[in-house]
Ligand binder design. Structure first.
Ligand code: F0G
Length: 354
């Protein structure tokens, strides 16, 4: 049967009815890729849930299709969000698809180029504030509480409803829940959504277990690890440059109920993992996504993850989202040579010798 998006696929477990429009960009149904080399190196049964394969290149499409479909059902004409980039790309795309207007507030200078390009391409009104994500979200919550504009950040409960379907897909692919679910944590909506999804699938009798939820924050933006907000979060992983997560309590419930936890990884560890999964597994995810694999590598080195565990790492966004970081950290300057076969062969020989 033709795949028609996640609302169609998981309708029985989503808050939809006959009045909910059949909005879709065929989001979801993303691959669960086994990390063969890293599994062997780390002695784990390791998989990537590659959410970069969604229509706008991140997991945000799952929540956004639900939030925008419900906004349309309720007769809304305009949606609004604060974003470190991916939410704004998804909001702009689904607003375009559904014929709504979209306003996005972003932290000036701290969003990856690909995400900014998407928001403009899909026709959103893009407003860059002289402040960070947390300040942008405060403004958006305030405005949407007073004006007939629908808030589509993950404090909108339909966002988590859509995002929980990724947990369903993992169970469908593996036959049951994995031992561990490793995930980057920013505003903390996604870890909360996965936990909801795993629990609901077990309640529905479609799995017999739930995973331990292990979340990872960038060290410079790790309020859940420190137990207090970070007024000035900083990290190379701009997607998770967040100091006061909106779903704080839900995230704490997810990792405590599941007997998991939340830990910090440094920018160096994130970039190392980012390069490793691209070079060793052929999977290119954005820096924030690599926080999950950086965390798994670190926990495994520390002996905190038992050998042989089945671990799913959520790779939340595509590597192409952030071309600047890629060029800065992965590529050297291209070697420019004359347009001759001899020059190419000489360059290959010197690369092999190096
Ligand atoms: N990974 C990526 C690539 C993200 O874009 C985000 C969040 C996260 C992880 C963290 O997810 O917030 O649910 O804990 N990005 C949001 C945005 C904040 O505006 O795009 P979370």
């Amino acid at each position: 049967m033709r795949y028609m998006g996640l609302i169609d696929r998981y309708r029985d477990l989503l808050p939809v009815n006959e009045k909910t429009p059949a909005l879709t960009l065929h989001e979801g149904n993303t691959p669960l890729i086994r990390a063969d080399r890293l599994s062997e190196e780390l002695q784990l049964d390791l998989y990537f849930k590659f959410e970069g394969m969604n229509p706008t290149g991140s997991f945000k499409d799952r929540g956004m299709v639900m939030a925008v479909a419900k906004a349309m059902e309720e007769g809304s004409r305009t949606i609004m969000c604060a974003s470190t980039g991916n939410t704004s790309a998804a909001a702009a795309a689904y607003a375009a698809r559904g014929g709504l207007a979209c306003v996005v507030l972003i932290p000036n200078g701290n969003i990856a180029l690909g995400k900014l390009a998407q928001a403009y391409a899909y026709g959103a009104t893009v407003l860059a504030i002289d402040g960070n994500f947390d300040q942008a979200l405060d403004i958006v919550r305030d405005i949407t509480s007073k004006h007939p504009i629908t808030l589509v950040n993950s404090v909108n409960p339909y966002r988590l409803e859509g995002q929980k379907t990724a947990a369903f897909e993992i169970v469908d692919a593996l036959g049951n829940a994995p031992d561990y679910l490793a995930i980057p944590v920013g505003n903390a909506g996604n870890i909360s959504a996965y936990w909801k999804g795993f629990k609901e699938y077990r309640e529905a009798g479609r799995s017999t277990s739930v995973p331990k939820m292990i979340g990872f924050q960038a060290a410079g933006a790790s309020p859940l690890v420190a137990g207090k907000p970070f007024p000035n979060p900083e990290t190379v992983a701009t997607a998770i440059r967040i100091g006061n997560p909106a779903s704080w309590d839900l995230a704490v419930a997810a990792h405590t109920e599941s007997e998991g936890g939340v830990w910090a990884v440094t920018d160096e560890e994130i970039l190392e993992a980012y390069r490793t999964i691209a070079a060793k597994e052929g999977v290119f995810a954005e820096p924030a996504s690599a926080a999950s694999i950086a965390g798994v590598m670190k926990r495994r080195r520390e002996g905190a993850l038992p050998a042989g565990s089945q671990v799913v790492c959520v790779l939340t966004g595509h590597g192409l989202k952030d071309p600047n970081i890629a060029i800065k950290t992965v590529a050297a300057e291209p070697v420019v040579i004359p347009a001759t076969e001899d020059a190419v062969l000489a360059a290959i020989a010197s690369a092999e010798a190096a």
